[in-house]
Every structure is written in structure tokens, then in C-alpha cells.
Design a protein around this ligand. Structure first.
Ligand code: SF4
Length: 50
């Protein structure tokens, strides 16, 4: 399952301290506020404001 059904989230090229490529908000204008990204983030890093 993708992190965002609208494909708003991109993957950066830099590797963070945990060894992952950090995600970034690539297309905020397409965001519907559905919060699928927040519910799926294992580290609870995303907060959605509608
Ligand atoms: S709130 Fe929904 S549309 Fe917006 S970035 Fe998260 S998953 Fe994508």
C-alpha cells in the first residue's frame, strides 16, 4: 500500500541516522487531508491539519 493515495509524499536522496531516505511533502496542493500517511507512519511523525 502506498504511503499516500494521492502520491503527495516523495523520498529524499539523503540517508538519515536510522539508515532510511527521509520522506518529504512533495505535492502539498494535491493533499486531501485523508490522514492515510499519518496512520501508516511507524514512527508517528506525521500530523495532518485539515
Ligand atoms: S493526508 Fe492523505 S493526501 Fe495528504 S499527504 Fe497524507 S496520505 Fe497524502
Amino acid at each position: 500500500m502506498p504511503a499516500c493515495p494521492k502520491n503527495c509524499i516523495g523520498l529524499g536522496t539523503k540517508i538519515n541516522q536510522q539508515g532510511y531516505a527521509a520522506a518529504f511533502f512533495a505535492r502539498p496542493d494535491d493533499c486531501t487531508g485523508c490522514a492515510v500517511c499519518a496512520e501508516g507512519c511507524p514512527d508517528v511523525c506525521i500530523e495532518v491539519w485539515r
